[in-house]
Design a protein around this ligand. Structure first.
Ligand code: HEM
Length: 185
């Protein structure tokens, strides 16, 4: 089991961070989408608190991934990848990193502007860093929602591109991000 990235494979820590991030982003999106369907009061507050905690995990994972990227070079682009495709992939990855950071930050801003403090898994509470402000809450929530939907679009494009590599181009782009994927075919 390789720990560091090599020229043709991601190491185990990079794979774990990748799939954990995907899982947490999807979970945060689902929780954020259904929160208003819960009755006001305790049930809704609990779903919202879980949404905050999972969203915070996304921020922590994103920072961990950026630190890892700075110290452990990702594998090379496969030979099947054209220059335009490599450029497009680079833009999608950049957008995903930006969203992974901007989404939680706009989430915090929304919560604070709504006059709330943010409890993370009931372990600690992040105090409000800005005062309650209805108009601000409404507009930052709009940006948060826009980013959440943008995230779905970019992540969907990213996943479809990986599936195209696997099923149509038959290269190892998807397999090198899977622990059971083996080496270059
Ligand atoms: C990757 C992480 C996140 C994703 C994908 C995400 C996604 C969403 C979505 C889809 C909504 C529903 C928007 C709507 O249609 O009204 C929402 C609402 C919200 N999110 Fe997030 N979010 C994330 C992180 C966070 C974080 C870290 C916080 C705060 C610490 C947060 C705070 C909020 C708040 C306060 C709302 C509005 C809830 C309400 O008043 O109804 N979010 N989020």
């Amino acid at each position: 089991m390789q720990m560091r990235n090599s020229a043709d494979r991601f190491g185990l820590p990079a794979q774990a961070l990748h799939w954990l991030t995907a899982l947490c982003m999807l979970a945060a999106w689902l929780l954020g989408t259904v929160v208003d369907d819960f009755p006001r009061g305790e049930p809704r507050a609990q779903v919202l608190a879980l949404h905050w905690s999972v969203g915070c995990l996304v921020l922590a994972l994103a920072l961990g991934r950026l630190a890892m990227r700075a110290t452990d070079r990702p594998p090379d682009d496969p030979p099947t990848m054209s220059r335009w495709e490599a450029g497009l992939a680079r833009i999608a990855h950049l957008l995903l990193y930006a969203i992974m950071i901007a989404l939680p930050l706009t989430g915090f801003a929304t919560a604070f502007a709504q006059g709330r403090t943010v409890s993370i898994f009931g372990l600690f509470t992040v105090p409000a860093m800005i005062g309650a402000d209805r108009a601000l809450a409404r507009s930052v929530k709009g940006v948060h929602e826009l980013l959440a939907n943008g995230m779905l679009a970019v992540a969907g494009f990213h996943a479809l591109a990986a599936l195209r590599h696997h099923f149509l181009l038959h290269d190892d782009v998807l397999r090198r991000m899977l622990p059971w994927g083996g080496g270059r075919a």
